[in-house]
Design a protein. Sequence first.
Length: 256
Amino acid sequence: MLPILYLPHGAGPLPLFDEPSQSELTAFLKNIPTKLGNPKAILVISAHWEETQPSITGASEPSLIYDYYGFGEKSYEIEYKAKGSPSLAKRVQELLHVKGLKSVIDEKRGYDHGMFVPLKLMYPKADIPIIQLSLSNSLSPLLHIQMGEALRKLKEEGVLIVGSGLSFHNMRAYGSPSIQGEKFDKWLQETLQSGDYESTKTKLIKWDKAPEARYAHPREEHLLPLHVCFGASTQSAEVVFDSIFMSTKVSGFLWR
């Protein structure tokens, strides 16, 4: 059975370009596959894709979406030629349907940078099929946990589930150390390590009541991939990234 990973994807494409502010994260992403086993395929839930209904990439050879702005020319020449998996897309849709969750397979959607930046560092050979699952633009914490719960069987089928976001995502606060960010990070780590699924679920549904929640996430799209990962898990989380990122406390989590 494969673990589940929620990771910080970094600032745009910068982790791929030896940017000093991203160096610790880059090293983490390169080394984390040693903890993950050998997946047959990967499902990525990225903070950078939202739809009215949860949507799944269905293309055999998805293109890259350079969904960032203001970076150098090389940032728009990145290549990552991982294959898609139409069969896995159908399997994900089937599992969601069993739990009463409607979804759409999008055969035209490409890979956004929430997928290709971290995965290019983790699996540079691009030899593992990858699909993406979108967030719901309702931003419902409960719905995203339910999506994860519906996908639990994938762990037994050789699929690595990766949530790609940032545990702190307040663009105006990056670069300035803050007690507020540390308070939210402490709450998040303690909550995910509590070991009791139902009480943790309740806390994550009401995450915006946590200390400094809206300071850490004025909008929650970078947190919700974590809710999907949690829903797919049955164990407490292990903290696998615990560091200062752009002067702000950021964490990554692994569920075995």
